[in-house]
Write a protein that binds this ligand. Structure first.
Ligand SMILES: Nc1ncnc2c1ncn2[C@@H]1O[C@H](COP(=O)(O)OP(=O)(O)OP(=O)(O)O)[C@@H](O)[C@H]1O
Length: 313
């Protein structure tokens, strides 16, 4: 049995012109996996998640959750999943404990509100009204609400968007603890570090389609180079020079962003001396040079020519 199976998922929003938000997505998520949908704003991640969560009807396609079908076994599925939406509206008239008691009342079985608070480290705030919580605490409460029914499968839509680094790490820890019990997590994010850190497998989504699927390592291996060499030269570059770079040993891809040139390389120690020699022959002065390990951001940029986040350099 898989935790999630969907076939040929499509969603077209009625608008003028209609918006094809999801354009034929097939996914299989195994029990115990943490699976991530990674993609830029508007890629169709939330739409896909909401269909998988049973909150939105697909235009086409079928979704099976833990061996049961949306449209046939809805009540049974709802007892087995927990959902944390991109934005959770909590009643500001309720305390943390009351909020969790309310959510607990929706499920015939589950964990106690106290245990849910404990799991997300909110015990000290049990009597605080929800509108007195910080952003990170509110988000942890939203996840506690998703955990209070003791779900087998947890859906998290952009769980850490807008949070400070410390709050993000706290949330990662909550997810990590949940997974220790062998349960499944499906999340969306546009933070590549989050996807790399949390997910066993990732589907990179762009314009309503999966453009790459695999473990973070497999995806990075797909672009050919595990290292990225970035540099700038003083006097600009020419198309001939860029073409020459592609011929350097161990270079898989050449990319430019403004004046910065990035080379995806398989063997840094082979490429670097050859690059320096080429610059010397062309009388080009190096102004900046750095190397780093390739990331999922590099995968996305290589596949689409765009960055995952609008504010990325
Ligand atoms: N109710 C709706 N009516 C019409 N278009 C919609 C509706 N909801 C979403 N869309 C459009 O569908 C596309 C996919 O949106 P979706 O929210 O699924 O993307 P996303 O990847 O989750 O992006 P984000 O990270 O910004 O949430 C976008 O072009 C969006 O504008």
């Amino acid at each position: 049995m898989n935790a999630i199976t969907c076939r040929n998922l499509r969603k077209t929003y009625p608008a003028k012109p209609p918006v094809e938000a999801v354009r034929g997505i097939d996914l299989t998520v195994q029990v115990g996996e943490c699976f991530g949908l990674l993609g830029p704003n508007g890629a169709g991640k939330t739409t896909t998640m909401e269909i998988l969560e049973g909150l939105l009807d697909a235009t086409e396609g079928e979704v099976e959750i833990l061996g049961q079908l949306w449209g046939r076994d809805d009540d049974a599925i709802r007892q087995r999943i927990g959902i944390s939406l991109q934005e959770t509206r909590l009643s500001d008239k309720l305390t943390v404990r009351e909020t969790l008691q309310l959510f607990r009342s929706f499920y015939p079985r589950g964990i106690s509100p106290d245990e849910a608070m404990e799991r997300v480290s909110l015990t000290e705030k049990s009597r605080a009204l929800t509108d007195k919580l910080s952003g990170g605490q509110r988000q942890r409460l939203a996840i506690a609400c998703a955990l209070v029914g003791d779900p087998e499968l947890l859906f998290l839509d952009e769980p850490t968007t807008g949070l400070d680094p410390q709050s993000r790490r706290q949330l990662w820890e909550v997810i990590h603890e949940f997974r220790k019990t062998g349960r499944t997590v499906m999340l969306t994010t546009h933070y590549m570090d989050e996807a790399e850190r949390l997910c066993d497998r990732i589907a990179i989504v762009d314009a309503g389609q999966v453009i790459a699927l695999g473990t973070p390592r497999e995806l990075i291996a797909k672009i050919g180079g595990h290292q990225v060499l970035e540099f700038r030269v003083s006097s600009g570059t020419s198309p001939e020079f860029l073409a020459e770079l592609e011929q350097l040993p161990a270079v898989q891809h050449v990319r430019t962003a403004g004046e910065t040139i990035s080379l995806a390389v398989t063997e840094l120690h082979t490429t670097l001396p050859a690059l320096l020699e080429r610059l010397r022959q062309r009388n080009l002065e190096l102004v900046e040079l750095s190397s780093r390990t390739a990331s999922l951001e590099d995968v996305f940029v290589t596949l689409t020519g765009r960055h995952l986040r609008d504010d990325a350099p």
